[in-house]
Design a protein around this ligand. Structure first.
Ligand SMILES: N[C@@H](CCC(=O)N[C@@H](CS)C(=O)NCC(=O)O)C(=O)O
Length: 197
């Protein structure tokens, strides 16, 4: 497995996921901050948008952090970091894994860019609803699915940690404690160390 990455980016999620799965991988740095960067054909085949993270695994090449998490969990940690395909919790697992790119990140962009909230028109609802629903999901739960840690926590946990880092996380009952639980995981700590560059 090869991971295309850049320091202090969403690559941290993919590294965290690979560390949780305990698989071997090599890393290739992509200079995303250089104005005259040149992307290799191999990288663009994995990431047509030229964004990190991206992976190549044998004949398979792909990007999008949520898709990478789902792929790695199914392929290398099925039943451990992902509910099996016939497990009833699979639906909620997929919902929350996708919640980060579909709801959390657009809602963060709304907040950053001072976009007028419009819960009905915008596919992500609005920032306040996103936070409320995330916080309610964690009520009485250690992880998104309850007692078991899954790839959904890599996505939602990194969202919680990013929001706190960017000082966007309002006072909530559950999200902050959840971020602390994620920060305490050895795989998260290793990923942060690697991803800091
Ligand atoms: N939806 C993508 C977003 C990836 C993304 O925006 N990556 C940024 C770094 S955090 C990037 O590569 N930016 C460089 C560029 O767009 O040229 C994911 O979740 O993987």
């Amino acid at each position: 497995m090869k991971l295309f990455w850049a320091p202090q980016t969403r690559s941290t999620r993919a590294i965290w996921m690979l560390e949780e799965a305990g698989i071997k991988y090599e890393m290739e740095l992509v200079d995303i901050r250089s104005p005259d960067r040149k992307n290799s054909k191999e990288f663009l085949a994995a990431s047509p948008m030229g964004k990190v993270p991206a992976i190549v695994d044998g004949d398979m090449a792909m990007s999008e952090s949520a898709a990478i998490c789902i792929y790695v969990a199914d392929r290398y940690a099925a039943g451990k970091l992902a509910p099996a395909i016939d497990d009833a919790s699979r639906g909620q697992y997929l919902y929350w894994t996708i919640y980060t790119p579909a709801v959390v990140e657009p809602a963060m962009a709304e907040k950053f860019s001072n976009v007028e909230p419009n819960r009905g028109r915008n596919g992500w609802g609005d920032f306040d609803s996103m936070i409320r629903i995330f916080d309610e999901r964690l009520e009485g739960k250690k992880w998104i699915l309850g007692d078991r840690f899954t790839a959904a926590d890599v996505m939602m946990g990194s969202s919680a940690v990013f929001m706190r880092m960017f000082e966007m996380l309002p006072e909530t009952k559950n999200i902050s404690d959840y971020a602390d639980r994620c920060l305490a995981r050895p795989a998260f700590q290793k990923a942060t160390e690697i991803a800091s560059g």
